[in-house]
Design a protein around this ligand. Sequence first.
Ligand SMILES: Cc1cc2nc3c(=O)[nH]c(=O)nc-3n(C[C@H](O)[C@H](O)[C@H](O)COP(=O)(O)OP(=O)(O)OC[C@H]3O[C@@H](n4cnc5c(N)ncnc54)[C@H](O)[C@@H]3O)c2cc1C
Length: 339
Amino acid sequence: MQIQENISLKLYNTFGINATARYFAKFTSLSELNELFHLEFSNKEIPTLVLGGGSNILLTQDYSGLVAINEMQGIEVINQDTLHVYVRAAAGENWHRLVVYCVENNLAGVENLSLIWGSVGASPMQNIGAYGVEVKDVFYQLEAYNIKEKKTQVFSAKDCEFGYRESVFKRKYKGQFVITSVTFKLNKKPVFNTSYGAIQQELDKMGVHELSIAAISQAVINIRQSKLPDPKEIGNAGSFFKNPTISKQQFEKLQTEFPAIVGYIAKDNTVKVAAGWMIEQCGWKGYKKGDAGCHSKQALVLANYGNAKGIDIYNLSTEIMHSVEAKFGIILEREVNII
Ligand SMILES: Cc1cc2nc3c(=O)[nH]c(=O)nc-3n(C[C@H](O)[C@H](O)[C@H](O)COP(=O)(O)OP(=O)(O)OC[C@H]3O[C@@H](n4cnc5c(N)ncnc54)[C@H](O)[C@@H]3O)c2cc1C
């Protein structure tokens, strides 16, 4: 394994931000990962940033520590019972490749999560979600390397304390573990979820009369390709902000002033408000300042149209947060990890 110095991270983050890593390495196995944390310089407590696809980070400055890219590969069935198949994937695997594997093997549960960027390892960290499904719904367990104790540990779903785009790895264990593999519990008998977003409409458009895992996956792919900018063309990290949750009472009060406000009632009688709608109402959709902007089709997506610096995008996000708070009294939270 090679340790490089002063490497541009432009190709390692989907925003395409040209920040530099003081030290840089790629690891392909647990032993290489272990080796990294036994190097002389890593004992001097320099910070380490482990990345998969770099699709949920915003680099606001050069990184003074070690950036380690997880390239651990492999997908295997490790067990099955009458109803489920347990699939373990190495953390460096591409998430969508895992989805394709499941679709091809008729394993249900992740089809609604088709075409999400990034790695398997980041999926529980973020509890990724789309079209009414979250990773926690198919999660069985994961293995993670404890950086301080230099050994691996197993985490159950309960240990991970999943929330909306949240887990222990983003909060109390931040920077303490490297996820090395994730095991998913997939269904042999699919329970289709087509109620969210435009899935049913897309299936109708595709002429699908009989639901299947493959058809739903394809519908999700079609929808995502039509509405989200491709980071290969326009730098972005998907939704920049979370959809805030407020009380039903607060939502009803807002509805009197803004009858068109978009919200989804949750089981606990709270309301998840569409952050994109509020951002659009504040006039940001399609806004551009230099190369930093708010996407013209999807206001929740901030974009690098060329050579924006991470700090330009960060400052734009702060301005957006201030205007949403001033208009709606709601404080937005960034979904993207700010580095
Ligand atoms: C166009 C686009 C659309 C998107 N749509 C969605 C969507 O629909 N739903 C959704 O939930 N997300 C979405 N995202 C966000 C992103 O795809 C997910 O958050 C994804 O899980 C990030 O994976 P990654 O490997 O790129 O993580 P990275 O950006 O590399 O890392 C993200 C964070 O996780 C940490 N991390 C990464 N790997 C590990 C590991 N092995 N162990 C410990 N920590 C780790 C990093 O240190 C960092 O803090 C979208 C992004 C893009 C660009």
